[in-house]
Ligand binder design. Structure first.
Ligand code: ARG
Length: 592
């Protein structure tokens, strides 16, 4: 249930608007633009003035009068051209905090009509190690998955493995050149293929590199790879058996990296799973009369109404289905099988046009009439030179290496041993800080903007970083422990000073924050809130001792506020996909 102060004030305004016969649409309040003057403001009178043909101040005055007797409100004023400013009574805020602290969702609402949401934020490719380009979809997708679940939607995430195109044909061709006598290449054979994987993932990756080099320089190699691709897609038993081995070892490697990042998928489907549906899509397009032949390819032309877009190619002239066809077919499957109300794609911004085309074609085909299709495009991860991140020798940074390097950096700021900690505990702490640092950095700004990958900076314990929030939580854990050791018990919340009041009002913004992150699909809103909440807590704690509070009631109230902030910060990190270690350790250098 939405217990937020904002919601309560909104309801008060709605009742008054109703009573005065004003359009409730304009009754919304927001946090004050001038927190030094008021807590909330309602600007509805300005918007109403036009339709009511009245002076906005006059309308505002009428509304304000109705609130003068309200026991929850300390002060109400009409300012400027017609802003209504409200300051709340401390007792009201305190009562609200007690309710929020007693609620397991801290007063956060759920959506009124839960939706089936499918998230497509994986996209790793078979035979290629995951690289830095796969970091952002994983991290952002996981956070959106958690946020959507938290607000009450049913979420299914699908990794959408890239396991079907020419790269597979290229590798199979390479293997056939090396081992023509292997049973996979015996066209007459239909079963009894070896059950062991012939290669591990590193070997598969090497094979792919060699294969793509061959295909680049040799037309005949390209042609052979193309033929093999068509054959395995058509179901050639030997190629399919080998394809499955290659896919399996790649999936295992990918799962390991996602595991390290604590990124979770419900479905491990791939482009290959859409193959049969691609044929259905062709049929639907034909039946609708929107399939055209163009230089041997099968295409759908898009409406030129708002912005001219190139046509969608479904089938290439050589008969293979395209990336677009696969995505369109997958939309059909997600609508038919998963009953998706909304499908969210998280990919590099550079794929924006692809998704615009795919979405428009899907609507034209009528395969998803009621499904909302959303593409969230992110900016690139850059190196310190501002260009897309590369390894020192100019190659693509693979993701597992990036994580390992990041752990090395973090390890420097954590002591090698500490009383009460096993080696494993320390290693786990380093892992949690590293992943927290990487993920927080990735999401703290607008998703659409890129950022410079600078681990030294991300892993700092101060500033707007993941470790700073983790540290704030660990600090509150220790504050709570000390208070409990002094026999302090949580009691009714009392607002006794400015810092307590500010902290409570910050806590009161939780519901609105989560809802905004959900509506905008922007985890950065959560990151931002966590950071400012941690800062408010610091100011509060500097001003208000718990153990040495003036009275026992104040001590109990402050303990409760501290616990509430700790739990909310943990929830925020959870929504970002980040762990909250119970305690943090700083090495001498990091503490200095
Ligand atoms: N495998 C693709 C790539 O590496 C990304 C897939 C993104 N998702 C999708 N449904 N197209 O570029």
């Amino acid at each position: 249930m939405d217990l937020s102060v904002e919601n309560i004030i909104n309801k008060k305004f709605e009742t008054i608007f109703d009573k005065l016969g004003l359009d409730k649409k304009f009754a919304a309040v927001k946090n004050s633009d001038r927190p030094d003057l008021s807590d909330f403001q309602c600007n509805g009178a300005l918007a109403l003035a036009k339709s009511e043909r009245k002076n906005p101040r006059e309308i505002a005055q009428k509304i304000a009068e109705q609130l003068e007797q309200d026991n929850d409100i300390e002060k109400i004023s009409v300012d400027g051209p017609g802003f209504i400013n409200i300051t709340l009574k401390n007792e009201f805020i305190a009562r609200n905090m007690d309710e929020v602290a007693a609620d397991e969702r801290f007063g956060c609402a759920k959506v009124s009509q839960p939706q089936n949401i499918v998230i497509d934020s994986g996209g790793p490719n078979v035979a290629k190690l995951m690289h830095i380009g796969h970091l952002r979809p994983a991290v952002i997708g996981e956070s959106i998955r958690r946020i959507e679940k938290f607000v009450g939607n049913k979420v299914i995430s699908d990794v959408h493995f890239g396991d079907w195109g020419t790269p597979m044909g290229m590798i199979i061709s390479e293997i056939e050149n090396l081992h023509p006598d292997w049973p996979y290449f015996d066209d007459a054979r239909t079963d009894g293929f070896p059950s062991e994987h012939p290669y591990d993932v590193n070997e598969v990756t090497e094979l792919y590199k060699k294969a793509s080099a061959h295909c680049k320089e040799d037309e005949a190699a390209r042609e052979k790879a193309r033929i093999i691709t068509a054959k395995f897609q058509d179901g050639h038993p030997g190629y399919r058996a080998l394809w499955k081995h290659l896919r399996d070892v790649s999936v295992d490697a990918v799962k390991e990296v996602y595991g390290e990042l604590d990124v979770n998928f419900d479905l491990w489907l791939g482009e290959s799973d859409a193959h049969e549906t691609c044929k259905e899509i062709m049929k639907i397009a034909k039946d609708k009369g929107i399939l055209e032949k163009d230089e041997g390819a099968e295409i759908i032309r898009l409406e030129e109404s708002n912005k001219p877009k190139p046509p969608v190619i479904l089938e290439k002239s050589d008969g293979g289905f395209t990336y677009a066809a696969t995505d369109i077919a997958t939309i059909k499957m997600r609508c038919d099988d998963l009953k998706a109300d909304e499908i969210i794609y998280v990919t590099d911004l550079r794929q924006s046009l692809h998704f615009e085309q795919v979405f428009e074609a899907s609507k034209m085909l009528g395969i998803c009439p009621d499904t909302k299709l959303v593409h969230i495009g992110f900016g690139t991860v850059n190196g310190k030179d501002g260009k897309p991140f590369k390894t020192r020798d100019g190659g693509v940074m693979n993701l597992a290496d990036l994580i390992a390097l990041s752990k090395e950096t973090v390890r420097k700021s954590v002591p090698e041993s500490a009383p009460g900690y096993s080696k494993e505990d320390i290693a786990k702490l380093v892992d949690d800080i590293t992943i927290g640092a990487i993920k927080f950095q990735d999401m703290k700004n607008n998703i659409a903007s890129g950022y410079v990958f600078d681990l030294e900076d991300f892993a700092k314990f101060d500033g707007k970083t993941g470790p700073y929030i983790q540290y704030a939580i660990a600090r509150i854990n220790s504050i709570i422990r000390k208070a409990q050791e002094s026999n302090i018990k949580e009691s009714k919340i009392v607002i006794s000073n400015e810092e307590e009041r500010n902290l409570a009002l910050k806590i009161a913004q939780l519901n609105a924050t989560v809802m905004r992150a959900h509506n905008d699909k922007e985890p950065g809103i959560i990151a931002d809130y966590a950071y400012t909440l941690a800062q408010s807590f610091s100011s509060f704690y500097n001003a208000s001792s718990i153990v040495n509070a003036e009275t026992a009631d104040l001590a109990g109230s402050r303990l409760k506020l501290a616990r509430l902030v700790r739990d909310i910060l943990k929830l925020q990190l959870y929504l970002l996909g980040i762990a909250s270690p119970e305690a943090m350790l700083k090495s001498q250098e990091a503490a200095a």
